[in-house]
Design a protein around this ligand. Structure first.
Ligand code: KET
Length: 459
């Protein structure tokens, strides 16, 4: 068979080279925000060597890539020998003792799985564990969702939230008529990379207003209003990362009306269901609002944070369609995206999730533990706010208690962040985002001292 022909079929008109070229132009890997600074693009793809190195490595021309703006913070933290060091970079939950948490409910489910000698380690189907998929769709869309009842939803198990976004992006690049995806400014730093490499053309819409430290709702409506009809729009289902700013239910409704009137296709990223409000249902309202109108959308779900299954890489991509026969054909094409990418997903994490979601008692136990995590984060917000007020730190810090979810977008600048890392061994992303889930009552005073010193020194 002709391999060029095959490759053309696999990627339609977008070749891998073109995708990488676009990425190199688009991304500034030193920032966790989507932007158009092209300065460090050369670090991603090395130029080919002009001649074969005599006796040297064929890879000697490979340039050193920068660390990831979020995961690189942990790399730097791990190298610091200071006993007072504090990692507020990556969004990973820690206990009051500063330790990673395995939920009790996860331990119980794992015990059940281990005790069941009938379980085997065979390959899962390409789309993953059937129970897991059904239950995941129910969790995000609601148990009584007409879309599920009418078999209009296809759900495939993917490698956590990131993998779900990537599979959804590749599906759209192959089968959807409009290649542009609009992502909020700012957004999770991996979004532009995931979608560009999936073959989509990444654009931004205004989201956050640094002056009010709130939503730039007017800017959002204007930018989505002038997006081409049919464009894909990435929406954070709740607990927007990095800003912690979500639209109100009324604003969501206006966004929905605008998007539907322009046939813009919603692609929800749901990485924090249950973490914003403590309630799984409340945090799914934005998604359910868009599904209730009978229209189509994509949803990427992650169980990394809400079940603490970070390293198990469990997530799901759901595509809600207008008709059951469409959903079934869409699923057949998703299999063609997944099979050459990683063949089929891992079994363990999805089995844990399915065990919890299908057992009434375990599910209840989970909601209690999830609420406790969300409440601890909220109490950290209050404690940090109070600590800054007690110190008389200049500025209005009320956004710390107003923002939602795992992060506070402090407003601290790069210079202040660098100072806090150097002098106080506090690690965070350079955009001033701190993971509230990494704080504890014991470490709040240290962070407040550092912020106070940074703000008074560089104002
Ligand atoms: N979406 C959003 C909005 C998000 O913040 C993350 C992770 C993901 C998807 C992907 O999570 P996964 O582990 O693939 O299910 N964010 C944290 C971790 C990271 O950057 O990988 C973070 O922002 O710290």
């Amino acid at each position: 068979m002709n391999t060029n022909f095959q490759a053309q079929h696999l990627f339609n008109s977008s070749s891998t080279d073109r995708r990488l070229g676009v990425l190199a132009k688009h991304i500034d890997p030193t920032s966790s925000m989507a932007n158009t600074d092209h300065s460090s693009s050369t670090a991603i793809i090395s130029a080919s060597p002009t001649s074969h190195p005599a006796g040297g490595s064929v890879f000697s021309h490979v340039v050193q890539a920068p660390e990831d703006p979020i995961l690189g913070v942990t790399v730097a933290y791990n190298k610091d020998p200071s006993p007072v060091k504090l990692n507020l970079g990556v969004g990973a939950y820690r206990t009051e003792e500063g330790k990673p948490l395995v939920l009790n409910v996860v331990r119980h489910a794992e015990q059940q799985l281990v005790n069941d000698r009938s379980r085997v380690k065979e390959y899962l189907p390409i789309v993953g564990l059937a129970d897991f998929n059904k239950l995941s769709a129910k969790l995000i869309l609601g148990a009584d969702s007409p879309a599920i009842r009418e078999n209009r939803v296809t759900t495939v198990q993917c490698l956590s939230g990131t993998g779900s976004l990537r599979v959804g992006g590749e599906f759209l690049a192959r089968h959807y008529h409009e290649r542009s995806i609009y992502i909020p400014l700012p957004t999770w730093g991996n979004h532009p990379k995931v979608f560009t490499l999936a073959g989509l053309s990444v654009k931004t819409y205004r989201y956050y207003d640094p002056k009010t430290r709130g939503l730039d709702f007017q800017g959002l409506l204007e930018d989505l209003g002038s997006a081409p009809s049919g464009a894909v729009v990435l929406l954070h289902a709740c607990a927007h990362n990095p800003t912690g700013v979500d639209p109100t239910p009324q604003q969501w409704e206006q966004i929905r009306q605008l998007m539907r009137s322009k046939a813009l296709l919603p692609f929800f990223d749901s990485a924090y269901q249950g973490f914003a409000s403590g309630s799984l249902d409340t945090d799914a309202q934005s998604v359910r609002m868009f599904v209730a109108d009978g229209g189509e959308c994509l949803v990427a779900q992650s169980y990394a944070k809400n079940m603490g299954l970070y390293g198990e890489r469990v997530g799901a991509l759901s595509i809600v369609c207008r008709a059951a026969d469409v959903a079934s054909r869409v699923e057949s094409q998703l299999k063609l995206v997944i099979r050459p990418m990683y063949s089929n997903p891992p079994i363990h994490g999805a089995s844990i999730v399915a065990t919890i979601l299908k057992d009434r008692n375990l599910f209840h136990e989970w909601t209690i533990e999830l609420k406790a995590m969300a409440e601890r984060i909220i109490s950290m917000r209050k404690q940090l706010f109070d600590a800054l007020r007690t110190r008389g730190t200049p500025g209005d810090w009320s956004h710390i208690i107003k923002q939602i979810g795992m992060f506070t977008f402090t407003g601290l600048n790069k210079e202040q962040v660098a100072f806090m890392t150097k002098e106080y061994h506090i690690y965070m992303t350079s955009d001033g985002r701190i993971s509230m889930a990494g704080l504890s009552s014991r470490t709040v005073p240290h962070l407040a001292d550092a912020i106070h010193a940074a703000v008074t020194r560089f104002s």
